[in-house]
Design a protein around this ligand. Sequence first.
Ligand SMILES: [Zn+2]
Length: 471
Amino acid sequence: MGKTVMDWIDQNEKKLIELSDQVWEYAEVAMEEYRSSSLLADYLEELGFKVERGVAEMPTAFVASYGKGKPVVGILGEYDALPGLSQEVDPEQKPIEKGAPGQGCGHNLFGVASLGAAAAVKEAIDQGKVKGTVRFYGCPAEETLTGKVYMVKAGLFEDVDISLAWHPGGINSMWIGSDQAMNSAKFRFYGRTAHAAGDPWNGRSALDAVELMNVGSNYLREHIITDARVHYVITNGGEAPNIVPDEAEVWYYVRAPKRHQVEEIYDRLVKIAEGAALMTETELEIDFLTGCYNSLHNHTVGDVLFEKLEEVGAPSFSEADKAFAEKVSESFKPKQKETAVSKYSSEAAEKLMEKPLCDIVIEPQGAGRVSGGSTDVADVSWVTPTAQFTTACNVLGAAGHSWQFTAAAGMGIGHKGMITAAKVLGLGALEFLNDEQLVDKARTEFKNAVKKNPYSSPLPKEAKPPVKKPK
Ligand SMILES: [Zn+2]
């Protein structure tokens, strides 16, 4: 049974790499993934999947299903790129186009490995080896933490029994801790223009309101939990010094280990913004962009995926891959690698320090801990049992969102990590399609975990996804 999945992926390796390289080349940022999502949706449709496009009111989101009845196993895929990370397949920094987007988080690999797994499971269904439904979720806009939050809100996971995810990373392992819940919002202030020297008393500065809000939030920092993070950028600070700005805007992220903590801190931030508006006699408008949960690792699902990762084994990198990685390693200080691996157990860290690429499987990491970042996979994990593993697709020690990662995601290193991930996901999905009791076990664990705090969408009821038109 597992052989069918492994064989299908081996036989179609070339095609999968081609699809991934195409998405890498498109490098479309959040909500602009028109070509990337069509490429993947068309391919699955050709294979016989039933494809629903434009789900959850997002033109670049889709769901592709195959098979019938229970259980339903969902496999998550992403494909959005990051602004400014354009890079050739080259171990030295060389943008294809300066300032253009690049796949600096390896989502080209993420989408295609998950698609490959779903297609391989279809093969097993066709051969009568398993029953049930396999579903590929084409999730846009992960980088802005939007896609899956809206997909969950639209009820697209309601009948999913198990959901599987992975992410390209530096190591072959699984993070069983959690990550940060988050809110993202823009605070816009409206004042009154005046000549900044001639008659400033007639003006009411929206920029003053932004600055006072920032002062307030910087004082707030001392009185929130240590693990929380509050960060901002001024997205509009006025036009010219001699005009009192009548419009200004600041964009905030609030992160904390638990959803309720984010909400509490965010409410205080809103009070600060209201205070700034009061002080400056300006009007405040809040544009709530998105929010997400902290992820909830399902151990039953995680154990299956990790077992399959051990079974498939780490990617075997070629000499050329290693040479490429050695060269990339020269672009950052050894200290950076030391810091990167220090979040793992000391035994793992010691092994990793000696290698440019992770060619071993590292035991699950992060029990009881919270990583710094956030992901919208978390929202899926609160509505259906979910686990996410990583495979080595990036040079050890290279940053997460970086030109180095863009380079690795477009060549042998990323390709090998991707094929490994496709096999792990495919085998994992089969296991659940084949074992009703295992599904029940994961669902019981899930139900107990969410019993006290059932999921409630971070988005306001009337929220609409920030859709963009095709370019
Ligand atoms: Zn990512």
